[in-house]
Structure formats: C-alpha cells, structure tokens
Write a protein that binds this ligand. Structure first.
Ligand code: DHB
Length: 307
C-alpha cells in the first residue's frame, strides 16, 4: 500500500514529478494526469509573464545525472492558474517562481485574489536566471519575503528550496521557515551552477551562462537525502517535507522516505526514461516494503537509524 497524503487529499502513491520536467504545456500536464503511479503533479514554475527561457542547448544528459540551464521557460502565470482551475484531473501543486522578492509578492497577491484554493509552491531557488541570485541562499531576504507574503496570503503555501551544504545553514533556514504557516518545503532544487566539460570537444555542453547549470539525477542523491533529513529534523512537524533529487530506483524512494520525506519527486530520471518510470519505481518500492514486512509508508517514514 503506497497511499500518501497531500495536505488532506489522499494519493495513490507518494510519487510526484519534479517541477520543470514534463509539466510546461497543457499536453504535458495532461500526460502527467494520465500517468499511473504518479500520486500528484506539480506544474512548471510560473512567472508573471510567459518566458522563452535560455537558448539551446539547455539540457544535457550525463552518465550520472543531468545538467540544465533552462531559464524558466513557461507559459506564464495565467496559463497555469487556468489549468489548475479548469483542467485539473489529478491532485496538483501549482508552482510559481520568484525572480525577485517584488515578483513573489505580486504573484501571490494575484493568487490570493483568485478562485484557486489548492496547494502552491513558491520556487525560491531557480539557479539559471542570468543576474538573479537564488533567493533562498539569502536568509534575511527569504524572511522578509515570507513575512510580507503571510501578511496577506491565507491559502496553502510551501517553498522550494535550493540545497544547503552546511549544518549551520540548515539551522538558519529552518529558523526562518518555522516562523510561518507553511504547508511544506520541497527540497532540493537543482544543485546550482555545476559545469560539465566535453573533453573531446574541449567545450561546455549547455549554452547559457558559459555552460554553468543546475545538476540533477543520481549524482545529487546524497545531497538531497541530507537536505530532507536535516530539514525534517529541524522543521515544525506541521511543515511537510517533499523530497526531490537523485531518485533512479525504488530503493532511492525508500531512502528519501526513511529520511522523512512525505512525498518524493522524480526529475532527471523522467527525462531519461519517460513517464513509465513511475510504474517501475512503485513496483520496486513495493517489493522492498514487502521484503521488509512494511505495510504502509508510515511504518518507516523518518525512521532512519544512526550508528
Ligand atoms: C530551472 C529552474 C529551477 O528551479 C531548477 O531547479 C532548474 C532549472 C529553470 O527553468 O532554469
């Protein structure tokens, strides 16, 4: 039994798509809605205005994962709001991206005024916008944005975080987040600004930003697990943790849940394998649970043992 829960909505499976992968157009979103063993879906992070994104090539498969410099290509806030209001067929998280603090406020004011009552995720961590920092690496700026947001926003809201690499940073971001009635944190976003070198061509593999781009896939699994675990240990229990990053097998999903993930997202592996990945991951997870004698995800969630 893989049943899970999205802020009160029951899901058949704890698996999500990672925002950005196969969730930009209506056709892609409808594909997700029809994907078995995908418990809920997330839309491509929306900006106020539609964006073309960065020049191609902007995604490159690596042996161990992927590198991308997409640049938030998306059809704009109005399109995704219409989708969740009119075409939604599966529980969905609406993702919105803050290019700046002012943008975040404008977007969420529009959302507050809309008919939408469902879950939203504020992406505080896109690594690929030229000249814009990842907001959630600035703890004070993050605090200021959330303080202003929760002065008017009353609907379910979570945040998408970048990976942190220092235990003191986990303390600092958790202290900020615990001040607010967040539904969830989704951790991690891409590991920002990696660089791959094609040795034969003596060249980078993506065009924007001189080849610097966000890393995903197997190579980021330990970073993702650390962020899920460290945040679960520090956040109020009312703030759910959505684990994203590095999942290629059912064992990886199991590991995320052991670290405390309520739900688990898959990004790079969907790019590599297609939407059939969710059936495989669900089958592998069920097999592991059966072998261990676990009936439900609650039987092991957060139960990681230390030495
Ligand atoms: C993009 C946004 C993200 O939040 C991310 O992790 C990776 C890529 C983007 O559209 O560039």
């Amino acid at each position: 039994d893989l049943s899970a829960d999205l802020f009160g909505q029951s899901l058949q499976s704890p698996l999500l798509n990672a925002s950005g992968v196969h969730c930009q157009t209506k056709e892609e979103l409808n594909d997700l809605a029809n994907t078995s063993n995908l418990g809920a879906m997330v839309t491509k992070s929306a900006t106020l205005q539609a964006r073309e994104g960065n020049p191609n090539p902007r995604y490159h498969d690596l042996a161990n994962g992927s590198i991308n410099s997409m640049g938030l290509p998306n059809l704009g806030y109005d399109f995704y709001l219409d989708y969740v209001l009119e075409d939604q067929q599966k529980p969905t998280i609406l993702s919105v991206a803050a290019l700046s603090a002012a943008d975040a406020i404008t977007l969420l004011k529009k959302l507050q005024a809309s008919d939408y009552q469902g879950p939203t995720e504020l992406n505080l961590s896109c690594p690929n916008i030229v000249g814009e920092p990842q907001l959630a690496y600035d703890f004070e700026a993050t605090d200021q944005v959330l303080s202003e947001v929760f002065s008017f926003y009353t609907k379910p809201l979570g945040v998408k975080l970048p990976p942190y690499f220092d235990l003191v940073h986990f303390d600092q971001i958790a202290k900020v987040l615990n001040k607010y009635p967040l539904t969830h944190v989704n951790t991690i976003n891409s590991v920002g600004n990696g660089l791959w070198v094609d040795v034969e061509k003596e060249q980078v593999v993506t065009k924007a930003k001189g080849g610097f781009g966000g890393l995903g896939g197997a190579m980021v699994l330990p970073t993702a697990l650390a962020n899920v675990r460290a945040l679960r240990q520090r956040l109020n229990p009312s703030i759910k943790v959505l684990g994203t990053g590095g999942v290629t097998t059912g064992a990886d999903v199991f590991a995320h849940i052991l670290c405390g993930a309520d739900l688990v997202s898959v990004g790079t592996q969907v790019m590599k394998e297609g939407l059939g990945v969710y059936d495989r991951l669900a089958a592998e997870l069920k097999e592991i649970m059966a072998a261990k004698g676990y009936q439900t995800l609650d039987d092991f969630r957060g139960q990681l043992k230390e030495l």
